[in-house]
Design a protein around this ligand. Structure first.
Ligand code: ADP
Ligand code: MG
Length: 318
């Protein structure tokens, strides 16, 4: 239930997901025991260091990577594993992707007009050539590109403009869910905010749901409704953004937050860097899982840690 009384609608639901690359001796389990839900119209961010498994989860959601166990439900339909071709095709329109590196993800030999139209062609989403052109021109305008740039090629654009083309290509499909895998990491600082604002604008206008991926907590604070922190293929904490920033519970999240730069130099002086030591956990017998410690606030812990976290929270509350 939301504060305004309306029910939360779940767009994506991931349960006990695991993805293993390779087999036999060279098998690598990249992610395991992944659990989270994404609600309609929200920005849900997945944050973790490079190699922690963020793109693996993104690719599993998009059906690019096969999953080893668990389930991915999208709007009530299980979408991992083998799907009937028609269903796969329809899901592939509803879930769109924005990539980290727009230079590598755009076809260099195609014009912007073609790149943005490709999905329209694949799904026959226009009535006439005129209709298609109108749709593409409108989308160009929405992402802040000019109509005269329609017949140019990707290499003629800056990184920020190329990301705008990538956003146009995804959003012209009117998706329900957009997976944005580090969409601003490759961009100059000065244009990152512009691209984030553009994504926000589409969300407000079209009610799009985002799975936003970043390796830096400070980037996601201002755009996320909820955040999941991932470490070495395990989700260690999930909470609403302000809750996570003000009351981080998992020691790894606390360490990450201690490294986030503080804009105020006076406050920065008093900031202590916390170093995370995974040896503090004793998971040999008492096994961990993702536990809802407070309503909507999940922490990866075992029974002993859960009791400790709960007593610490009770001490603060009293
Ligand atoms: P992130 O996006 O958080 O940087 P990835 O999901 O790309 O992390 O990678 C998670 C782990 O899986 C890393 O150890 C990476 O080396 C490994 N990995 C990713 N893709 C493949 C692949 N196609 N084959 C084998 N290992 C992979
Ligand atoms: Mg990645």
């Amino acid at each position: 239930m939301l504060a305004n009384g309306s029910e939360v609608e779940t767009v994506l639901s991931i349960r006990d997901l695991a993805v293993t690359y390779g087999s036999g001796k060279s098998a690598l389990t990249a992610v395991e025991h992944v659990n989270f839900d994404i609600h309609k119209g929200e920005t849900f961010s997945l944050v973790g260091e490079s190699g922690s498994g963020k793109s693996t989860i993104a690719k599993a959601v998009l059906g690019i990577n096969p999953t080893s166990s668990g389930s991915i439900n999208f709007e009530g339909t299980k979408i991992n594993g083998k799907l009937p071709q028609k269903l796969r095709h329809s899901i592939d329109r509803k879930i769109q992707m924005i990539f980290q590196d727009p230079a590598a993800s755009l076809n260099e030999r195609a014009t912007v007009d073609y790149i943005i139209s490709e999905g329209l062609y694949n799904y026959h989403l226009f009535d006439s050539e005129e209709d298609r052109e109108n749709k593409v021109r409108k989308m160009m305008e929405e992402v802040g590109l000019l109509p005269e740039q329609l017949y140019r090629y990707p290499h003629e654009f800056s990184g920020g403009q190329r990301q705008r083309i990538g956003i146009a290509r995804a959003l012209i499909m009117q998706p329900d869910l957009v997976v944005a895998d580090e969409p601003i990491s490759a961009l100059d600082m000065s244009i990152r905010a512009q691209v984030l604002n553009l994504l926000k604008k589409f969300q407000q206008e079209a009610g799009i749901t985002y799975l936003f991926i970043a390796h830096d907590l400070s980037v996601v604070r201002y755009i996320s409704d909820r955040i999941a922190v991932i470490r070495r293929g395990r989700i260690v904490e999930v909470a609403e953004t302000e809750e996570l920033f003000t009351h981080p519970i998992h020691p790894y999240t606390q360490a990450l937050l201690s490294a986030v730069p503080v804009p105020d130099p006076k406050l920065a002086q008093h900031k202590k860097l916390i170093v995370y030591d995974p040896k503090i956990h004793h998971y040999e017998n008492d096994k961990p899982s993702l536990v809802e410690i407070l309503p909507g606030h999940f922490v990866y812990c075992n029974k002993e840690e859960e009791a400790k976290y709960r007593s610490e929270l009770a001490a603060v509350a009293n």
